[in-house]
Design a protein around this ligand. Structure first.
Ligand code: ADE
Ligand code: ZN
Length: 338
């Protein structure tokens, strides 16, 4: 595929798997640390970046939670979210679904309201200034207990107009989806959309639990589904979206080499795979860099790139008019770039 990078850069895209706290670039982190008089465990941006050598998910999470500690005021959450959205505007991202981890903040004494007000204000500005639409998904930290998740859901009820769904993230192994059956059942009754990280490091059984116990509408990651032919068949038959994160998988050693990444296999198996960045400040790339890296490593065709972008819009929690509009933008771009 000639000029793949240029084609990808201009392509209208959706991002469906992005932890806002994972978009925290070290430069901004140090700026906010100073503004809030919080001491970081690293002396400089360079020293912090050097620590970004992970051999598994937990190595990353330990640093990720430290990074959050400098987010204190409403405007910190605004600045973080605004910086991400400005980059997404430059990358022709037209719709984002952003995860946030309220327990990572409320457990440090920051009010739920402070977190959501700052993020929300930046989302509103991005709609007004860039025409980027967005949804917010609140994740429960799976290394904590279900009671803590339940208290977090209690706090979210007042913000149903701002939070479209709930998800499940953090340390996967040893914390199966079934641990959160009751809180997801309640979120479902309250009308929230449901997603969960499953099959990133955890076995195919965790994906079954996410589907059958939590009743999720998308699987975040899902790589290990490929170990189970019956599960593959089911995911394809149900057109269940997978929010796949290639550079994250590389940096967290879920795959050894991008040439071994399962994304192309997923498409060949007719799975509804999408491309996303997960925690771009930590994993060396935002959505365009993910598309380009995986295109080069797997020699994805133009047709496959278009399918991936299209899947992003079809799998998004969008209303019908906006989805139609964005799919049309995509079709127009493809027609104009033969
Ligand atoms: N939180 C932030 N990024 C995550 C990931 N890749 N897996 C699980 N939890 C996370
Ligand atoms: Zn994630």
């Amino acid at each position: 595929m000639n000029n793949a990078r240029t084609f990808i850069e201009g392509l209208p895209k959706a991002e469906l798997h992005l932890h806002i706290e994972g978009s925290f670039e070290p430069e901004l982190m140090f700026e906010l640390a100073q503004r809030n008089s919080v001491r970081l465990a690293y002396g400089s941006v360079a020293e912090l970046r050097e620590a970004y050598a992970f051999s598994e998910l937990q190595d990353f999470l330990d640093i990720y939670y430290q990074g959050m500690s400098v987010l204190v005021e409403e405007r910190d959450f605004y600045d973080l979210t605004h910086a991400y959205l400005r980059r997404m505007h430059a990358q022709n991202v037209r719709h984002v679904e952003i995860f946030f981890d309220p327990q990572g903040h409320t457990d440090r004494g920051v009010d739920f309201t402070t977190v959501i007000d700052g993020i929300w204000r930046a989302l509103q500005d991005a709609w007004r200034n860039y025409g980027i639409s967005s949804q917010l998904i609140m994740c429960f930290l799976r290394h904590l207990d279900q009671n803590s998740a339940m208290r977090t859901l209690d706090q979210a009820l007042a913000y149903k107009d701002r939070i479209v769904g709930v998800g499940l993230d953090s340390s996967e192994l040893g914390h199966p989806p079934s641990k959160f059956a009751d809180v997801f059942a309640r979120a479902r009754r309250e009308g929230f959309r449901l997603v969960a990280h499953a099959g990133e490091e955890g076995p195919p059984e965790y994906i079954y639990e996410a589907l059958d116990v939590l009743h999720v509408q998308r699987i975040d990651h899902g790589n290990r589904a490929l170990e189970d032919p019956a599960l593959i068949e089911r995911l394809a038959a149900e057109n269940m979206p997978l929010t796949v994160c290639p550079l994250s998988n590389l940096r967290l050693c879920v795959v050894e080499d991008l040439r071994d990444h399962p994304l192309q296999k997923m498409l060949e198996l007719r799975l509804c795979a999408t491309v996303n960045s997960d925690d771009p400040a930590y994993f060396g790339g935002y959505i365009n860099e993910n598309f380009v890296a995986v295109q080069e490593a797997l020699q994805l065709t133009r047709k496959q790139i278009i399918v991936l972008a299209r899947n992003g819009f079809t799998a998004a929690f969008l209303d019908a008019p906006r989805r139609t509009q964005l799919l049309r933008e995509l079709d127009d771009y493809v027609a104009a770039h033969p």
